[in-house]
Write a protein that binds this ligand. Sequence first.
Ligand code: ATP
Ligand code: MG
Length: 424
Amino acid sequence: MAKIIQAIRGMNDILPEQTGLWQFVEQVSRHVFAAYGYAEIRFPLVEKTELFKRAIGEVTDIVEKEMYTFTDRNGDSLTLRPEGTACCVRAGIQNGLLYNQIQRLWYCGAMFRHERPQKGRYRQFHQIGAEAYGLPDIDIEAEMLLMTARLWRRLGLKQIKLQINSLGSLACRARYKARLVAYFGAHQNQLDDDSLRRLTTNPLRILDSKNPKMQNLCQAAPRLWDDFSDASQQRFTQLQNLLHQHHIEFELNPRLVRGLDYYNHTVFEWVTDRLGAQGTVCAGGRYDGLVEQIGGKATPAFGFALGMERLLALLQLDETLPPTAIDAYFITLGDVAEQHGLLWAEKLRQALPYLHLLYHCGGGTLAKQLKKAHASGAKIALIMGENEWQQQQIGLKYLRQAKPQVQLGLDALIQRLKENERGF
Ligand code: ATP
Ligand code: MG
C-alpha cells in the first residue's frame, strides 16, 4: 500500500464538525463590521518578499525567522503572507484607495509563519483584521475598540480583557529608546541572545521578550510614559476618558509594545489567561508611518488583527456550539413515499430557501431513520409513509421539544415552518 501523505506540521485541516463554529464567527464578524461601515478587501496569499521586509522591519521575529520565502520560476523572491496589514496597505496604495481618503476595510484569511507549532500557535493560522485609513484622531481608535467589544459580546465571548498602551509620537519614542539602551546596556550580562542582538537593532522589542528569565529585568525597565510630550500624554488620557465613558474596561500595560515595528501612539491587545502562554487573541494599534514606508503618501492608519484559532479555542472552553447545521430531517417509509418524498423535499427548499433540510437517502426502518435524524442535530423530522402520501400529507415530529406529532398538507407545513424557518 502506498505511504499515507500527511499534512505539513502546524498546518491543520478544519473538519466538518469544526467548520460550523468557524462560519459562526465569520458571519458575526461580517455583520459587526458592516454595522460600522467597513468593507471587505481581499488580497493575494503571496507577495514580494520586499513588501514584508520593508513593512514589518528586518529586525523582527517574523522577518528574521518566521517567513515562508521562496524563489519562483522567474527568480523572484516571494513570501506567503505572514500578516494582513502590509498586504492591505500595498493593495490600498496600488489601487489608489488611501491618499486623501477615508477607508474602513476588513479582511480575513490564512497567514503563514514558520514558528514552533503548539497550542494556539500554528504555521498556517487565520486572522480577521480591520484597518481604518485617513483618520488621525482618537475617535476612530475608540470606535474600533468598541467594535471589537461588540464583536466579543455578539459571540458570547467571556473573560477577555483589554490592555492598552501608548508608544507616543516618533520623537517620544526616540527619547525613550536612548534611555532603554542605557538601561539594558548596563545589564548586558542578564540579556539573552535575542535581546543582546536587539539592543543594537531594535531595543524596544526587548520588552516584548517571551523569555521568562527576562521578565524581572523588563519589569524594572524605564517607563515609556516618562518621555512623553504633553500632546502625547493628553491624547492617551483622552482615549482613556472615552473608553471610561463607554464603560469599556481596560488595563494600562506599559510593557505592551507589540511585535511589529510600525506602531505609534495607541497600541492594544485583548488578552485572556485561559489559553496558557498564547493568551493574545486580538492585537492592533496606530501605524501612521507605514503607508509612507511602503511608498505611498503619508496616511494615518489604525487597525487590528484577531487570531481565529485562539478565538475559537476560547469559545470552545465555554462550550459555545455553532448554530446546528441541519434543521429538518426528511424520512420516507416504503417505495411509494420514497419516490415522492424527494419531490416534496425540493418543494420545501423552493418555498423555504433558508431551511437546512437533509433528505434521508437509502431507506430503512423508521427507528433507524429517526436515530439518524436525532444524530444530525435536526430539530424536526418530516415523516412520509404510504398513508401520508395517500392523504397528501406529511408527519411533523419535534425532536427537541415535547410537542405532539402532527400531520399537515404541504402548504400548511410550509406555513408552519415559515413562521420560524430556522428556529422552531
Ligand atoms: P505572538 O506574540 O503571540 O507571537 P504576534 O504579536 O506575533 O503574537 P500579531 O502579528 O499581532 O501576533 O497577530 C495578531 C494575532 O494573530 C495574535 O494576537 C494571535 O491571536 C494571532 N496569531 C499570531 N501568530 C499566530 C500563530 N502562529 N498561530 C495562531 N495565531 C497567531
Ligand atoms: Mg509572533
